[in-house]
Design a protein around this ligand. Structure first.
Ligand code: JFZ
Length: 442
């Protein structure tokens, strides 16, 4: 049946995935890094020996945090341990192909020397441009840089979350000019930027700005050809975000996978998507006292595999402390993930969905570059036999262990398009990858 659709001026401007080279590069990253850093790293989720139970980067919104004290924290921001090259090197070893940097979080503090506000890194004792150093250091490691930018700004006098009065509307007009100025400033200052990662667009004030956001969106895209902007930026004229009033994605990829993941290819509706994930339950900025479940590298590797197997990217968050140091737990995870990626990255980079029946041992990926098929095994059955069911006319000829290609792995045919891969060892401490050799049956 033909789809009924309303005519939208500010809805999706394109249906279906982008097919250009910049988006293809994005699609093939597999693994990225998120950095949440700002003045919230100084209190680290604590004030007056009390712990804020929410996400540490939100501490300013807490009753236990005097706004005044928070707004003066920048006067102490002097991260003696900050070394952009060290962060970039660690990200490189982890296997990250892109990084998303918080240029400005909800508090409004700018890690770059914006000339449109005084609330920036220039007016801290540190004085130097942080974003510039990071862009250079990550680019030097061939890691693409994306800029996180919050539309919520608790520091700007014209910012409102809701527009109730004429006065609010007038004030918000100054905030819109400011927002446009800051965004063009960022893209001019850091022209190697590959994309923008917008946040805080859930305010009702912003949801009324369809026309403004749409024209700003095209302006930014013209500044950097190929710029990637996810579906968390502009609303349509009915205030719908992410997906417009016709259900079409407004932006280049689905950005709603925040600390959660799809389970099935149908969940992503044929769109590009990215999962952003924290190491503890919900802490993005530095929280000095992590509590609750802390994810292990094996868990995170499984998430990377799962994301790629469903045509998405996986982005792991890091929250450096007030001195600019990445905590030891995160350093350890980056190392363990990187050691695994070093051996197995061919199953992750350029990886895509394979339409074979999902099995309990883990995830299939298929390389967009080589068409090679991989099995990323996360659960070894007690039988030591891994079931493989291909689609019609595809025969499995051979399987080999990426980490030890000389160790043969037997393939037993058990029926039409159905096989058992017999493992010789059960002694796996980490997920492992098998490459399958297949043949088309005529
Ligand atoms: C936002 C921020 O408020 C948070 O501090 C952090 O920066 C995170 C990456 O983004 O939080 C969100 C964003 C999106 C959703 C939930 C929380 N979402 O899509 O459900």
């Amino acid at each position: 049946a033909p789809r009924v659709s309303i005519n939208l001026k500010h809805g999706a401007h394109q249906l279906g995935k982008r097919t250009d080279q910049s988006m293809e590069t994005w699609r093939n990253y597999g693994l990225g890094q998120f950095i949440h850093w700002g003045v919230y790293a100084i209190p680290g989720g604590q004030w007056n020996n009390k712990k804020y139970r929410g996400a540490a980067e939100w501490i300013r919104s807490w009753d236990g945090m005097p706004k005044d004290a928070y707004d003066n924290l920048y006067k102490q921001f002097n991260p003696k341990g900050f070394n952009a090259k060290a962060w970039a090197k660690q990200a490189k070893h982890m296997g990250a192909k892109y990084v998303i940097l918080t240029t400005k979080h909800h508090d409004g503090f700018c890690l770059w020397p914006s000339k449109f506000t005084d609330y920036t890194i220039i007016n801290t004792p540190y004085k130097k441009d942080i974003i510039g150093q990071l862009v250079d250091a990550y680019n030097e490691q061939n890691i693409d840089v994306y800029l996180y930018f919050s539309i919520i700004d608790w520091n700007h006098p014209g910012y409102r979350s809701v527009l109730k009065t004429e006065e609010d509307r007038k004030a918000y007009e100054t905030f819109k000019v400011f927002t446009e100025n800051q965004l063009t400033e960022l893209l001019n200052a850091y022209p190697t930027t590959k994309g923008l990662w917008f946040d805080g667009t859930w305010d009702s004030a912003w949801k009324e700005q369809a026309a403004f956001a749409d024209s700003l969106d095209s302006k930014l895209r013209k500044m950097i050809p190929g710029l990637v902007i996810g579906a968390r930026f502009r609303p349509d004229e009915y205030g719908k975000r992410g997906f417009d009033s016709n259900g079409d994605i407004i932006g280049d990829y689905e950005q709603g996978w925040e600390r959660k993941m799809p389970n099935h290819i149908d969940d992503v509706h044929g769109n590009d998507w990215e999962c952003v994930m924290t190491v503890p339950e919900n802490q993005w900025g530095y929280q000095s006292n992590w509590e609750g479940h802390i994810k292990t590298s094996n868990e995170l590797i499984e998430m990377i595999a799962k994301a790629v197997s469903l045509d998405g990217n996986f982005v792991l968050n890091f929250g450096p402390d007030g001195q600019g140091v990445i905590r030891s737990e995160e350093t350890q995870l980056a190392k363990e993930i990187g050691d695994w990626m070093e051996v197995n990255n061919e199953a992750i980079y350029n990886g895509s969905y394979l339409n074979w029946e999902k099995q309990d041992w883990g995830y299939y990926t298929k390389s967009r570059k080589t068409n090679k098929i991989y099995m990323i095994v996360c659960n070894v059955p007690v039988s030591g036999m891994l079931r493989v069911k291909t689609t019609d006319k595809i025969d499995v000829i051979k399987a080999s262990l990426i980490q030890e290609p000389t160790q043969g792995v037997d393939v037993e045919i058990i029926g039409k398009n159905e096989y058992f891969i017999h493992l010789k060892s059960f002694d796996f401490k980490k997920p492992f990858v098998l490459e399958l050799e297949t043949k088309l049956i005529q």
